[in-house]
Write a protein that binds this ligand. Structure first.
Ligand code: SAH
Length: 464
């Protein structure tokens, strides 16, 4: 992030715009939305600009800019549209210590003005660091359509009411109050009656919420999917958005944790590589403790919680403690790996069953029905199979599996650093040693890729 987004309070601060034509006019129009004290420096303003300056009572300086024009200014815009004049103005502003923006010239600018969706006081600013203006516009159009025009009215009423709402305890109860206002009662009143009743409704709601009992805590055991945030379910995203406490496996990447509220409490548990793991009892105790204090707890697990995720141990502990819980499924690593190589996990005439195996369990390398796995056409998705590779390779060959059976290892499935390693049962350990994957690996036994690597174009690539 080269450009750090902030919202600048411009009330009574001076902003200087230098230029005579349409660039200066566009900036002036935008800045007139603020309460800044505006000055335009224009030797010969064009008629539209002159008219707006006059109509809005903006200060006009009709001569070339001088350093003293910029003293104390918060921001300066070079909007001449000619390189030489803008460069001279930029140098002057920099010398005066005033942040300067040169229209359509990213390199010469110290800040950029984002694309804006205006539902005052709600303002959405979209920036692409100059990389993709087309993308910024597309996002803006999307948001303009999604954010109802009434949002501004709700936010204004909400802002005025904030001091009253402080009567509710901080945290979930206050959040519940505001979510009801912004997403249920508020829009309904606005649509059916109008803005004037919003304040009355807020007082009514507050009385009701103050009288209500403390809400009970609960635990949602949520599958986060294989790592790509786009592969999460909508419910997973919503629960994460509501969570007071997020207890997550170390396998869950930062890009997903960032979807939770910043104020949420994050607790990392589970294993790191082959390092020490948090004892299950401690994880259970944390979930129970926070839920019993009234928190919404999300227990976030990689992939699907019901596959090698110790789900039953956790739900049993919650049930015994009398804590309410529910499970949200996720996309398991085997599905993501199969998608990456463009293959089906089952296929008519080849395999009518799919084995989901772990390479090692609590006793060490896990034992399986090797005989049936060694049969032609068998397909298995092997989790945690990296370290045990030599073991299961030996077992399968001993039980008569064909050494030429394809084996595909997908490292970091669905993540930006995804890697596909193709090999055969015979060559497995040698190829694995050579590739030396350091991330999580899902092994697909009996499947070769339909194509070398599947790349899904991201939004950015599509718009670039
Ligand atoms: N509940 C998870 C599995 C947890 S066990 C799920 O449903 O996916 C951890 C193992 O899952 C790892 O050792 C690895 O074999 C596999 N795994 C998880 N995420 C993965 C990913 N993004 N790419 C490849 N393998 C992954």
């Amino acid at each position: 992030m080269q450009h750090f987004p902030v919202f600048l309070d411009l009330a009574d601060r001076m902003v200087v715009i230098a230029g005579c034509g349409e660039f200066a006019l566009a900036k002036l129009r935008l800045l007139l939305k603020t309460d800044a004290k505006l000055t335009v420096i224009a030797t010969a303003p064009e008629p539209d600009l002159a008219a707006l300056i006059q109509a809005e009572g903006v200060t006009l300086i009709q001569r070339p800019a001088r350093p003293s024009d910029l003293t104390g200014a918060a921001l300066a815009y070079g909007a001449h549209g000619t390189a030489a004049e803008d460069a001279a103005f930029a140098a002057m502003a920099r010398a005066e210590g005033v942040l300067v923006n040169i229209v359509d010239n990213l390199e010469a600018s110290q800040f950029i003005t984002p694309a804006i969706v205006d539902r005052d006081p709600v303002t959405v600013a979209i920036g692409t660091e100059g990389a993709a203006p087309v993308l910024a516009r597309a996002i803006k159009t999307d948001l303009e359509a999604t954010l109802s025009p009434g949002l501004g009215a709700l936010a204004r009423a909400g802002k005025r009411f904030r001091p009253h709402a402080e009567a509710l305890p901080f945290g979930r109860r206050r959040r519940d109050f505001w979510s009801e206002f912004y997403f249920e009662t508020g829009p309904q009143v606005l649509a059916e009656v109008g803005e004037e009743l919003l304040e009355h409704v807020l007082h009514d709601m507050l009385r009701r919420h103050l009288a209500a009992e403390d809400p009970e805590g609960r635990v949602d055991l949520v599958g986060a999917g294989p790592g790509d945030p786009e592969l999460m379910t909508q419910r997973a995203r919503r629960l994460l958005d509501l969570a007071d406490v997020v207890i997550h496996d170390r396998l869950v990447p930062e890009a997903i944790l960032e979807l939770a509220r910043r104020e949420a409490l994050f607790i990392a548990v589970g294993k790191e590589g082959f390092g020490p793991s948090t004892p299950q009892d401690e994880i259970n105790a944390q979930m129970i403790h926070h839920a019993q204090s009234g928190a919404l707890v999300v227990r976030l697990k990689g992939g699907d919680a019901s596959i090698f995720g110790r789900l039953d141990e956790e739900t049993q502990a919650l049930t015994e403690a009398g804590v309410d819980w529910a499970v949200t499924p996720g996309i398991t690593a085997a599905s993501a790996a199969a998608a990456a190589i463009g293959r089906s996990l089952t296929q008519r005439g080849r395999n009518s069953d799919l084995r989901i195996l772990t390479g090692h369990d609590i006793q060490g390398f896990a034992d399986h029905d090797w005989h049936s796995l060694a049969a032609p056409g068998a397909v298995a998705a092997i989790y945690m199979g990296k370290r045990a590779a030599r073991y299961w390779q030996g077992r399968l060959l001993m039980h008569g599996a064909d050494g030429a059976t394809p084996v595909t290892l997908v490292e970091n499935a669905s993540r930006p650093d995804q890697r596909i390693i193709t090999t055969t049962l015979d060559r497995l350990t040698a190829d694995l040693a050579q590739a030396a994957p350091s991330g999580p690996v899902l092994t697909l036994f009996g499947l070769a890729p339909a194509r070398a690597a599947a790349t899904i174009p991201t939004l950015l690539e599509e718009f670039a």
